[in-house]
Design a protein. Structure first.
Length: 589
């Protein structure tokens, strides 16, 4: 079940009249808290000149001075990243940039299973053995207190570059590792105006300042490194507003013309047209391919791809990563289906508001993906666990009305390790505590039936007569879409299905002509025919549904939530309503 809500942010007529934009576009921007003339103009005209200066990042100058000194003295530098896309991209940006400056630099990325997240003592011991004198972290390190201390005792200086939340003590005071410099926009004394940047962008900012010191042209910085910062921004699900929008728009331009052989190989081996790449392709094709190495094998396999100068070797690595990703997808589907069967067979949705499940056959690297898919399926907070050494290790994903970090913290007496934020968590516990943990978490959830109803937020209701190619074209100026700037959703009510066709070998592409009695519009729905007819059958007779399927006059009326899009075919542009949600008219209020 779903509830639909129309966003009702009050427009400011004075501001709107000073803007040369469609009113619906203005309303959509207001729904995203882009509400002043300056914010709107900046959003609609992203420009590299509007990037925030690196100098506003805490300890940026101190970190740069240490790095410059290390380069001049020929000190050995090691960049320590992370095994996800943001970690791989930020490692590449730092290493590539430092090599350009003449640094003696290499890298290390923790192994997901053997090392766990972030810098650790084993990595430091290896650095000692290799004669490393300076470690620079990226996308990790803000909570590495003992590790920094251990490195310093072993005569290795540490610079932290990170973007995660700063730990606090029991009194709520920040505690920061005693590194030589800590560059993190989320430190309380940071003057950086936009906090929601990823590790890749923090790394990019460090290198951009160093390039200025060395007199390297901005265009070289943007052409070679901005695409990696853009990929990291999308894959780490950063809000695509403010500075991130500039980085993504300009990064996409350069991604399409990149000379990096690894990027070109991953694009071609993924079957993508470089000219059409958008946030979807980054988030759901390129990103998972890069991620597959860190999930199933070693993230350094992905990193090597982007340093590869031999075109054939780059293609070989890209094919290997694509094969790994295919394997990851199979494992995910298999694990997802196992968990779904347990939920359905035991009717767990009606027993527990928070679904906590374990299956020892599921690889720990895909727990979060499976938890996310189950959360989407049932609109419940979900934690999926598997056996990992002597413990159960789990990953959780949450819903709007359940702050996972706060709520699971109430049951942390059952846990060995725990961390996360409102929408996700990671944890481990002893197997003998599992049942009590499940009971305790659900007892303390305080979730109501209302909380578990999925909410669909609509930017505006609209009559079909207002939905035209011009509106769809105007909406295109809001691209690229993603976190913080989702595709606009419009709602129209009481539309009769006057034409109906089904396509695809699995009968999962439905094309309809919808009418409000005055206007007709073509619409497309990506859903299996059986699912669609089953949903309609709850409110309409089989006879009426058969009339609709056979193109006969019928009494089936739908309310739809959609995005108007322009479909180009053989040089002809047609308007199409891409349906996001639907319901029988007049049934749900």
């Amino acid at each position: 079940m779903e509830k639909w809500f129309i966003k009702n942010v009050k427009p400011n007529r004075e501001i709107f009249e000073n803007l040369n934009i469609d009113f619906f576009i203005y309303k959509i921007l207001l729904n995203r808290d882009i509400d002043t003339k300056e914010k709107i103009e900046d959003f609609l005209n992203p420009n590299l000149e509007k990037l925030n200066t690196s100098l506003l990042l805490p300890d940026l100058i101190k970190a740069s001075n240490f790095i410059v000194s290390a380069i001049k003295t020929g000190s050995k530098i090691r960049v320590v990243g992370d095994y996800d896309v943001d970690g791989v991209m930020s490692t590449y940006i730092l290493v590539k940039g430092l090599k350009r400056l003449g640094a003696t630099v290499d890298y290390a990325i923790p192994h997901r299973v053997k090392d766990g997240y972030g810098i650790n003592k084993d990595i430091i011991d290896r650095a000692v053995d290799d004669g490393i004198e300076l470690i620079i972290t990226c996308d990790n390190g803000i909570a590495a207190f003992s590790e920094v201390e251990y490195a310093e005792k072993n005569n290795i200086d540490v610079i932290i570059t990170d973007h995660h939340e700063v730990p606090v003590d029991e009194d709520g005071r920040e505690i920061i590792p005693k590194a030589k410099a800590v560059v993190d926009p989320k430190i309380s004394y940071s003057k950086y105006p936009f906090k929601e940047i990823c590790g890749g962008v923090v790394a990019f900012k460090v290198i951009s300042y160093l390039y200025k010191i060395y007199g390297i042209d901005d265009e070289e910085l943007y052409n070679e490194l901005l695409p990696f910062a853009a990929i990291a921004t999308v894959c780490d699900v950063m809000p695509l507003t403010d500075e991130n929008r500039i980085i993504l728009v300009e990064g996409l331009k350069r991604l399409k013309i990149t000379e990096n052989k690894g990027l070109k190989a991953i694009i071609s081996e993924s079957g993508l047209n470089k000219d059409d790449i958008n946030t979807y392709h980054i988030g759901f094709v390129i990103g998972p391919t890069i991620n597959s190495a860190g999930r199933l094998e070693d993230a350094t396999d992905a990193l090597k791809l982007f340093f590869e100068e031999d075109e054939l070797k780059a293609i070989e690595i890209a094919r290997y990563l694509r094969a790994l990703n295919a394997k990851r997808q199979e494992m995910t589907d298999e694990g997802y289906n196992k968990i779904i069967n347990v939920i359905e067979e035991n009717n767990l949705v009606n027993k527990f508001p928070v679904l906590i499940l374990k299956d020892d056959s599921i690889d720990e690297s895909i727990l979060g993906i499976i938890a996310g898919r189950i959360k989407e399926n049932y609109n419940r907070p979900v934690i999926v666990l598997t056996k990992s050494g002597d413990y159960l290790k789990g990953s959780g994903r949450s819903i709007e009305n359940y702050n996972m970090f706060e709520k699971i913290s109430l049951s942390k007496n059952f846990l060995e390790k725990f961390g996360g934020h409102a929408m996700a968590c990671g944890l481990s516990l002893k197997e003998e505590n599992f049942k009590e943990f499940v009971i305790d978490v659900n007892k303390k959830s305080n979730l109501t039936k209302e909380d578990l109803i999925k909410r669909v937020y609509i930017d505006s209701s609209i009559e079909l007569s207002r939905v035209n190619i011009n509106l769809a074209s105007n909406i295109d100026v809001l691209k690229p879409f993603g976190s913080g700037n989702p595709k606009p959703l419009l709602g129209s009510l009481n539309l009769n299905v006057v034409n109906f066709n089904v396509f695809g070998k699995n009968k999962n592409v439905i094309k309809m002509t919808l009418s409000d009695g005055k206007e007709n519009r073509q619409a497309i729905l990506f859903e299996n025919l059986d699912v669609f007819t089953e949903n309609l059958n709850r409110h309409y007779s089989e006879a009426e549904i058969n009339k609709m399927i056979n193109g006969l006059k019928n009494n089936i009326f739908l309310d739809i939530v959609f995005t108007p899009e322009i479909n180009s075919f053989r040089g002809v542009e047609n308007l199409e309503l891409k349906i996001n949600n639907y319901r029988a008219s007049g049934v749900m209020k």
